[in-house]
Write a protein that binds this ligand. Sequence first.
Ligand SMILES: NC(=O)c1ccc[n+]([C@@H]2O[C@H](COP(=O)([O-])OP(=O)(O)OC[C@H]3O[C@@H](n4cnc5c(N)ncnc54)[C@H](O)[C@@H]3O)[C@@H](O)[C@H]2O)c1
Length: 304
Amino acid sequence: MGNFLAGKVVAVTGAGRGIGRAVALAAAAEGARVVVNDYGVAMDGGSPTSEVASGVVKEIEAAGGEAVAVADDVSTMAGGQRIVDVALSSYGRLDGVVCVAGILRERMLFNMTEDEWDPVVATHLKGTFTVFRAASAVMRRQRAGTLIGFTSGNHQGSVSQANYSAAKGGIISLVRSAALGLHKYGVTANAVAPVARTRMSANVPMELSEIGEPEDVAALVVYLLSDSAREYGVTGQVYTVAGAKIAVWAQPRELRAAYADGSWTAERIAEVLPGSVGVDPMPMLERVEGMERAARAGDRPNAQ
Ligand SMILES: NC(=O)c1ccc[n+]([C@@H]2O[C@H](COP(=O)([O-])OP(=O)(O)OC[C@H]3O[C@@H](n4cnc5c(N)ncnc54)[C@H](O)[C@@H]3O)[C@@H](O)[C@H]2O)c1
């Protein structure tokens, strides 16, 4: 056992499988006491079972660590609150929350139903809000704490997962809002965009050229939860971790501007915009066009 997180109490959602499980095991191995939350659902969010969360608690205990299971649904306010309440009643404090829980309901936008949109946004985006909401109230009083959300490279856009992409984009804005709003209380907030071999990534219909294991993602999360990251002042950041690679995303910013002499009209914008403000080429669109070309040529598409 290491001691990178010695004395800390960390809650991890979606900790029963995949990346969440690796985060929970790694945090416990580094000395944290861990709240293991998992609703124990199938990849589309159905058929819940509490055995998934309690199984990881047993693994942590078998390795000499301390953990407690919460099998609640993070998309409910009561579920988010219970995760935080169990941390406080079991261990008396809460130093970090890591919101990993997620589901997929893939469909082209023009065919997507409300039943495919709502649960995906509820699990990812609201499921991060419910936990951040309850945890931030505790961390504000403690004058310390770390909030971590899970996004995806797909926040840039997705051909057949508009629900997932929209939720992942929302998580980045939620994380940045938390970083801004809680800065003066000593609370940090960051987002992780992982690429790792799990049941979820096994579903991607293309070869991923940069991919690693859930344990690679867990190492970054443990760092972000640590005093080392807090002392360095890491907040409001989005990090990709894909095997050997860790990358930081740029902050969104305006690229180019033009100013009207008086008020704009549509005609004047049509004259001025192409030569001044212009467009910012969309890397994902170029990649999708490349995949479409490869598909037409009969090759299996490659994507990062
Ligand atoms: N695996 C990747 O390459 C990859 C890429 C980009 C983003 N992500 C994100 O990383 C996170 C983890 O993904 P994974 O690949 O480990 O998936 P996974 O399916 O292996 O694990 C997700 C876990 O979340 C749990 N869960 C689902 N809904 C829940 C709810 N309402 N309440 C509590 N728990 C719930 C599931 O039971 C499951 O155990 C997700 O947010 C996913 O979107 C993963």
